[in-house]
Design a protein. Structure first.
Length: 245
């Protein structure tokens, strides 16, 4: 029971990080330039998280000769068709948030679910390991949640709605923790494929949606937004080196 309680408290703390966007609510009014900067940062964070954290973690977790990257490809294929469906709804409904906003909610929801699984598994093994794992996840979640908030707001969500849905997505970490404690190895044995699928989702969002939006709006000044993209990559790379999960 203590493992369950510790896991729930830890994942609630992780979920609270999704409210980091509140720091930006009262900032100056959004402009196209500021939104592109956020998108550049977000694209860098998503790609770095996929290639520096999620894919290596999936390969390590698999460890049995299986290829979890099949799940990455499957997730990208699924997002390709899902985006077509979402764009079809947008055509019929008129103005609506960009499809990348909905895709990031799905991708980050799976990511949060996996975080809950990892935290709970650590607490079941050893409470001190659970605490260390929670701290590591918290550190990695901060740039991720800033990126998610930026994608949601630039995609058409109001700041308050972006906070609300991002927090709801964050709470899936609690769900992942509870399910892991209840089902144990049934969930843990498949975590590599969930991690790999999340990587595929992040790569698709960054490469198919965010980067093309940046280039299509500012073709002649794209290089000016490169530092924001590189900052996103750099923040994740630094955290990966200093605070390995």
């Amino acid at each position: 029971m203590s493992a369950l309680l510790n896991s729930i408290l830890a994942t609630l703390a992780v979920s609270a990080v999704s409210l980091v966007g509140i720091l930006f609510i009262r900032s100056r009014p959004r402009t196209e330039r500021s939104e592109i900067r956020l998108l550049g940062f977000a694209a860098g964070v998503l790609l770095a998280a996929a290639f520096l954290e999620l894919i290596p973690e999936a390969v390590e977790e698999a460890g049995d000769g299986s290829n979890p990257l099949v799940a990455s490809l499957a997730a990208m294929v699924a997002f390709f068709f899902l985006e077509q469906v979402l764009q079809g709804f947008h055509v019929h409904e008129g103005h609506a948030p960009a499809t990348s906003s909905y895709l990031i909610l799905i991708g980050d929801g799976v990511h949060n679910l996996v975080d809950g699984v990892i935290i709970a598994a650590a607490f079941v093994a050893d409470p001190s390991l659970g605490v260390a794992t929670t701290i590591a996840v918290l550190a990695h979640e901060i740039p991720q949640e800033v990126a998610d908030y930026g994608i949601l707001v630039s995609g058409g969500f109001t700041p308050r709605r972006a906070l609300a849905v991002n927090f709801a997505s964050g709470l899936l970490a609690v769900v992942g923790a509870v399910v892991t404690v209840a089902l144990g190895d049934v969930v843990e044995d498949r975590v590599a494929f969930f991690v790999a699928a999340t990587a595929g989702m992040f790569i698709y969002i960054a490469a198919a949606d965010l980067i093309p939006r940046i280039h299509s709006r500012h073709t002649e000044r794209a290089a000016a937004y490169g530092p924001y993209f590189l900052t996103g990559v750099g923040v994740v790379a630094l955290l990966t080196a200093l605070v390995p999960e």
